[in-house]
Design a protein around this ligand. Structure first.
Ligand SMILES: Nc1nc2c(c(=O)[nH]1)N[C@H]1C(S)=C(S)[C@@H](COP(=O)(O)O)O[C@H]1N2
Ligand SMILES: [Mo]
Length: 321
């Protein structure tokens, strides 16, 4: 007798990134909306995309990313990777209304003198919010430029006072089957194991570029982009930028991040953007910015070599993928 057993963490084939098709679909939706404003079906669709009323945030502009050409809000909020909803890029925008980003607490624990729980209000009110325009590069080969709003992670960590044993930081996404459909109890083959976990080495976490984002394009984060608070590490592949975070734990050992756990031949802990080290299934030499027809050269550390290169100067980046 043959028993057909799916692998432990079966992942359906990723959607092919076909920009032309994507843009066509998007323009079609827009046209449809213009021509049929009275159609409740279309109205519902648009409501789903704009699923929550997101308030404007007060923030300081900075010079980060000066000169980069921004992607549109539409592009950044309708082409998402958020497996707690779906493996499709267009689904999260339509499904993410089930996530309730308010109220929300983030626990900071582990190797700290000062364990704490910070609420969203704490973050909006006790830290100066700033805007950072960053390049963002997914391991699948697409990229975008986004104006994030948030707080430097080191500001938050310093308040918690890491002990001398704190060598790494482990981040965890919310688990709640009521809010994330792919976490439904008894689901036979979830897209990935939950919770989604990511990690950084202490020096990476304390780097000036490492950002906790609570907003983009002037307002609070839309749910599909990881509301209410997500990490943004611009020199690493996008999967490091974990969404909807509920805990930040300072730890002694390198935490096992979700993608490395699923497939450590393809995904590592470091995941630094690197045009010279290919992913086993695709080249990393080039990338395509959302909305662009042509590909461009991938930049070492996604263009942030000056700011972060020193942290890896003694490491073999072919080995530490
Ligand atoms: N919790 C969680 N965080 C996540 C993911 C996810 O599926 N779940 N996907 C990652 C991947 S692969 C990418 S490329 C980015 C996408 O962020 P965006 O949708 O804001 O572009 O989120 C990252 N963070
Ligand atoms: Mo990604």
């Amino acid at each position: 007798m043959t028993i057909i057993k799916k692998p432990d963490w079966y992942i359906s084939e990723n959607e092919v990134t076909d920009e032309a098709l994507f843009n066509k679909r998007r323009n079609f939706l827009k046209l449809g909306a213009a021509a049929l404003v009275s159609s409740s079906v279309i109205a519902e669709k648009l409501a789903a995309v704009e699923n929550v009323k997101r308030e404007s945030l007060k923030f300081q502009k900075t010079t980060f990313g000066k000169g980069l050409e921004l992607n549109s809000y539409d592009q950044a909020s309708t082409y998402n990777n958020f497996y707690e909803f779906s493996t499709s890029k267009s689904d999260p925008a339509k499904m993410a209304h089930t996530l309730k980003p308010n109220p929300w607490d983030v626990e900071i624990l582990g190797e700290v003198e000062n364990p704490m729980v910070i609420s969203l209000e704490d973050i909006y009110n006790s830290y100066p919010l700033e805007e950072r325009i960053y390049r963002f590069r997914c391991v699948e080969g697409w990229s975008m430029v986004v104006p994030w709003i948030g707080v430097t992670l080191s500001h938050i960590l310093q308040k918690a006072k890491p002990t001398s044993k704190a060598k790494y930081v482990k981040f965890t996404t919310l688990v709640d089957p009521k809010q994330f459909p792919d976490q439904k109890a008894g689901k036979l083959f979830p897209n990935i194991p939950y919770p989604y976990v990511e990690g950084l080495r202490m020096d990476e976490a304390m780097n000036e570029l490492t950002f906790m984002s609570v907003g983009m394009y002037g307002k609070m984060l839309p749910n599909q982009n990881g509301a209410p608070i997500r990490l943004v590490v611009p020199w690493k592949y996008g999967f490091k930028s974990i969404k909807s975070i509920v805990s930040i734990e300072l730890v002694e050992e390198e935490p096992l991040n979700t993608w490395k756990m699923i497939n450590d031949l393809e995904y590592g802990f470091y995941a630094n953007v690197n045009p010279n080290v290919d992913h086993p299934r695709w080249s990393q030499a080039k990338e395509r910015k959302l909305g662009s027809f042509f590909k461009t050269e991938t930049l070492m550390f996604n263009g942030y070599e000056k700011e972060v290169g020193h942290m890896y100067k003694d490491m073999d980046l072919r080995r530490y993928i």
